[in-house]
Every structure is written in structure tokens, then in C-alpha cells.
Design a protein around this ligand. Structure first.
Ligand SMILES: Cc1cc2nc3c(=O)[nH]c(=O)nc-3n(C[C@H](O)[C@H](O)[C@H](O)COP(=O)(O)O)c2cc1C
Length: 385
């Protein structure tokens, strides 16, 4: 089990759908979150891509020097940058960070937004481009270790003599993550990707996706790993956690929900359709499975569900997903700095022992007493439990 956090490059919030308690995203804030999660022992952070975000590559690059172990899951969009350029950026980032790059391949589900970036293609064509992009990208990086070049003549993309002088640290290339719920997405995942990601749907739906992608991969003699992206609202008691969930949407008005849901409905993303279907735009139908709450999706595109509960309960729910085959959890909470600490304090101690040992930057959970008053003559020790 690996636990990732999220860098909110669009800005942070305390109350969804309003600017009350909101936080501007700037370098200092990015550095605070990255440094916190690095120290707490999270495996990595996801940086999203899109019109509403600061650029993922530039943000991640700025944080290399502020972190020691943290991996950067950088989202890229095939179709808006050439595979050759993106391969070079990946190799350079991997070298400069000492092998800490992971790539999240985002095909995109909003035609209007992609057209703004100069990419005119329908859903099927976008996945054709993704497929060709990945073949070129992977080949350039794989061959860079042998000093060889790549020629490719596809329906959408071409490359002639594509070559990297400086190969990435990771062999054959930084791992490729990918999310997409449509048929075309699942097939590409099976053929070319290392980790298939899904937003936080109920267990049965996630199980169906895993089984489908696994079966497609098996037909090709391949295996891949699976990851889950969702929010967390964890408090010391269940009651407190549900109150925090209510509070998160307490300043959100119905007009804003209706406007945002209309925008989402214009997208051709199957994943977004599945997220919206969980709540149907209604704030009275938000608990969609035990401890799984769809309130975030009333106004946030993409990952729209949160696990809500106390530490042991949320840890148990994560284990249920792990039992299905999920090994990577990409989590977030509002505001991202405080909730990174809160999740680490309340949930890490309840994760399986082998996971706990990797977390906390090698310290593991501490045994008490600890604190300004109590610790005068006592050195806190790692807990043996
Ligand atoms: C974990 C995860 C992260 C994603 N991150 C982004 C992102 O940063 N930007 C974006 O535009 N789409 C993002 N997506 C959306 C998908 O990449 C995909 O483009 C979209 O769901 C449309 O594909 P589909 O119709 O196959 O579902 C993400 C999806 C998942 C599962």
C-alpha cells in the first residue's frame, strides 16, 4: 500500500464553492505542503493538469529542492505537447530529482478546454492520439539507455530520428499512471500503462473496473497495478467527521451546484459522468456507500468522493479497497496542509504494519509521553506495537 497526497494547484479551500477561508496557491504554500508530506512520509504527490491549474511540470520542478524523498506524479496531456519534447522533459526531471518522477497520462474529457490548447479531436480520436503518443514516448525513453533513436509513422503523430542524449534515472522509463473509465481508456491501460487509476467509486464499481482492465491486460500477457484517488475527511470521532463534511458544503448554494453540474454534463468524460451519477446533483443523496460521501463532486470536477469517518474506520475502508487490488491511494482533504497532518496522525497508525514502517519518514508512530511539558527529560521512542 502506498499513500500519496495532492498539490492543489488551483488554490485551496475550507468551504467548497465560496472564497471564504480560501487560500491562494503560490510557491510558499506549495512548498509548505510538499515539505509537510515529505516529512510525514507520504510516498508522493499528484499534480493535476488543466486550464484551471498552475502548470504541473513547472510547479513540480520548483519543489524538487524543497523535498528529499517525495515522488512527483506529474499529469501530462498527449495531444497538446509532442511526445519527443515530453520525453525530454521527463528524462530531465527524473535526472534532476534523482529518480522521483511518475507520470499521470491525462487524455482529457473536455473538448472545449482542449481546443483552447490547440487540440481539436473527438473522444475516440483523443484516445488514438494517446495510444500513438505513448508508443513514441515509451520507445524514446527505452531506447535512450542504448543511445538509439526512434522513427514512428502513425495516423496522427510522426517522429523521425527522435533521440535523447540523457536517459532517465528510472529504467526503462518513469512509471506511467493513467485514469479513464471509457472502453477506449481501459484498452489503452491494458496495453501500455503501469498503474490504472480510478476515482473513488463504491467498492463494487471499482471491483468491476479492476477485473475488466486486468482481463484485458491478461489477454496481452501483461499485468498492471491499480490506484484510487479520493478525498478524506477524518476526525477523532465519526460524529465530528460527518459534521466536518457538512461544514465543507455549508456555504454552497443550490444555484452554484446547478451551474457547475450543467458544465460537467457538457463534458464527454465517462469518468465524470460516473462521478455525477453518484449524487445526481442532489445534496440529500450524498452518502453513496458506507463512509463514502459524494459532496465534493457537487462542485469539484474529477475526484468527487470522500471517505468520512474516524481513523480506524477510514483505515478499514482503505483496506477494503486494498483487498480488491488497489495498492496506491492518492488522497487529499481541505485545506490540504492541515489535512495532510490530520490524516497522518489519525489514520497512519491504523494502516498495516508494513505500511506504517515506511511512513513517518522512518520514525514510525511515537510512543508517549511527548510534548513540550511532558518531554523535558524523555526522548520519544518509536512505538513497538
Ligand atoms: C486519478 C485521476 C486523475 C486525473 N487527473 C486529471 C487531470 O489532472 N486533468 C484532467 O483534465 N483530467 C484528469 N483525469 C481525467 C482522465 O484523465 C480522463 O481524461 C477523463 O476521465 C476522460 O476519460 P474517460 O472518458 O475515458 O473517462 C483524471 C482521472 C483520474 C482517474
Amino acid at each position: 500500500m502506498q499513500v500519496f497526497w495532492f498539490i492543489p494547484t488551483h488554490g485551496d479551500a475550507r468551504y467548497l464553492g465560496t472564497s471564504d477561508g480560501g487560500r491562494v496557491f503560490d510557491f510558499d504554500y506549495a512548498r509548505q505542503i510538499a515539505s509537510a508530506v515529505d516529512t510525514l512520509g507520504y510516498e508522493g504527490v499528484l499534480l493535476p493538469t488543466g486550464r484551471s491549474c498552475e502548470d504541473a511540470w513547472v510547479t513540480a520542478s520548483s519543489l524538487i529542492g524543497a523535498t528529499r524523498h517525495l515522488k512527483f506524479l506529474v499529469a501530462i496531456r498527449p495531444g497538446i505537447a509532442s511526445p519527443g519534447l515530453t520525453a525530454r522533459m521527463a528524462a530531465t526531471f527524473d535526472r534532476l530529482s534523482g529518480g522521483r518522477l511518475l507520470i499521470n497520462v491525462v487524455t482529457g474529457g473536455d473538448a472545449g478546454e482542449l481546443e483552447g490548447d490547440g487540440f481539436f479531436a473527438d473522444h475516440a480520436q483523443r484516445y488514438e492520439v494517446t495510444d500513438e503518443f505513448l508508443r513514441i514516448w515509451r520507445s524514446i525513453l527505452e531506447k535512450s539507455h542504448r543511445g538509439e533513436s526512434v522513427d514512428f509513422d502513425g495516423e496522427h503523430l510522426r517522429a523521425k530520428g527522435a533521440k535523447l542524449l540523457y536517459p532517465p534515472v528510472q529504467r526503462p522509463h518513469p512509471p506511467l499512471y493513467f485514469g479513464g473509465s471509457s472502453e477506449a481508456a481501459r484498452q489503452i491501460a491494458a496495453e501500455q500503462l503501469d498503474v490504472y487509476l480510478t476515482w473513488g467509486e463504491p467498492l463494487a464499481d471499482v471491483a468491476e473496473k479492476i477485473a475488466d482492465v486486468r482481463a484485458r491486460a491478461a489477454k496481452l500477457g501483461r499485468t498492471l497495478r491499480f490506484g484510487l484517488r479520493l478525498h478524506v475527511i477524518v476526525r477523532e470521532t465519526e460524529d465530528e467527521a460527518w459534521r466536518a463534511a457538512d461544514s465543507l458544503i455549508s456555504k454552497l448554494d443550490d444555484e452554484t451546484i446547478a451551474r457547475v453540474q450543467t458544465q460537467f454534463a457538457k463534458m464527454d468524460s465517462e469518468g465524470q459522468r460516473r462521478m455525477a451519477a453518484l449524487h445526481g446533483g442532489r445534496r440529500d443523496k450524498l452518502v453513496v456507500a458506507p463512509n463514502l460521501w459524494a459532496g465534493v463532486g457537487l462542485v469539484r470536477g474529477g475526484a468527487g468522493t470522500a471517505l468520512v469517518g474516524d481513523g480506524p474506520t477510514v483505515a478499514q475502508r482503505l483496506r477494503e479497497y486494498a483487498d480488491l487490488g488497489i495498492d496506491t491511494f492518492i488522497l487529499s482533504g481541505y485545506p490540504h496542509l492541515e489535512e495532510a497532518y490530520r490524516f497522518a496522525e489519525l489514520v497512519f497508525p491504523h494502516l498495516p504494519r508494513e505500511v506504517r514502517e515506511k511512513l513517518g519518514n522512518g520514525h514510525g508512530p511515537l510512543s508517549g509521553p511527548i510534548g513540550e511539558v511532558m518531554a523535558n527529560n524523555i526522548v520519544p521512542q518509536a512505538s513497538q506495537s
